[in-house]
Design a protein around this ligand. Structure first.
Ligand code: SF4
Ligand code: SF4
Ligand SMILES: [Zn+2]
Length: 264
């Protein structure tokens, strides 16, 4: 397996993975979305809501606010906690939100009892309050994974595609029509012939193929090479998300190995 980093930002990572199967690449993608635990607001109690939104809409919005924790490891998954899911400081973190209009209630108004926990973004709008309108809520966040509910989905936009192989036949006369139709600026004409310069950007749309004589350009997926694009919801840097996803897969593989060893 070979890994080449193409882009690294706080919330986005893009890399080329070669020498792996589609199932492996898809496993990384799915683990980013559904197996990496994060905190999310799980239950709320509404003491006062005179805003224009129903309680359920407020609840939905709060649940989808991504949360950051300085140390996520101090929290257990509720079903693995010593309280056996009843709820305790080991598996939940309480918060309070109290606002009075006029003005917008933002995610930054959610105040957690643990100073190491906060919304990943300050200015996610929750609801706008008119003069004298109030919103008073308390509740708690728990740690879970995306396969339980999307509010715990650490990876938001996670996708992969095959790296394309692009070949240009000797018959090319360098007319440049394929360069013009390519929406991703993958092709250039160089020394009188078309050539691909930026294959990771190719979407395999094959517009270039249709523009020229049959067989002049071939675009085929390379079956063991994948471009993965992973975006974090903001709860953690994208590179940590991919590393944790890989660890989750490793954990499962080790569990399977141990179970098979027991059977042998
Ligand atoms: S591959 Fe075809 S369309 Fe592209 S430059 Fe060559 S002749 Fe023109
Ligand atoms: S397949 Fe589409 S994106 Fe790729 S080089 Fe051809 S026109 Fe460009
Ligand atoms: Zn607990």
């Amino acid at each position: 397996m070979k890994l080449e980093l193409l882009l690294l930002e706080e919330a986005r990572i893009r890399f080329l993975l070669s020498g792996v199967s589609a199932a492996f690449a898809n496993g990384i993608r799915r683990a980013c979305m559904s197996e990496v635990p994060v905190l999310a607001i799980d239950e709320i109690g509404i003491y006062d809501n005179t805003s224009v939104l129903f309680d359920e809409q407020i609840s939905l919005r709060l649940g989808e606010v991504p949360l950051q924790a300085e140390d996520l490891n101090i929290f257990c998954l509720p079903d693995e906690c010593q309280c056996e899911g009843a709820g305790c400081p080991g598996c939940r973190v309480d918060f309070m939100l109290s606002s009075e209009g006029p003005g917008m209630v933002y995610s930054r108004d959610i105040q957690f009892t643990d100073p190491g926990v906060k919304p990943a973004f300050d200015k996610i709008p929750i609801v706008i309050l008119g003069e004298g309108e109030k919103l008073v809520i308390e509740g708690y966040a728990t740690k879970h994974v995306g396969k339980e509910h999307t509010k715990w989905q650490a990876g938001t936009l996670c996708g992969y595609k095959n790296l394309p192989g692009i070949e240009v036949a000797d018959s090319c006369d360098g007319c440049g029509k394929c360069v013009e139709v390519c929406p991703r600026n993958v092709l250039v004409v160089d020394e009188g012939r078309a050539k691909a310069t930026n294959m990771v950007e190719c979407s395999l749309c094959k517009l270039c193929v249709d523009t020229c004589e049959p067989g002049a350009i071939t675009v085929t997926p390379i079956l063991d090479s994948f471009v993965l694009s992973i975006e974090s919801c903001g709860s953690m840097p994208a590179k940590d998300l991919v590393a944790k996803a890989a660890l989750e897969i490793q954990k499962r593989a080790e569990d399977l190995d141990a179970k098979l060893a027991e059977l042998a």
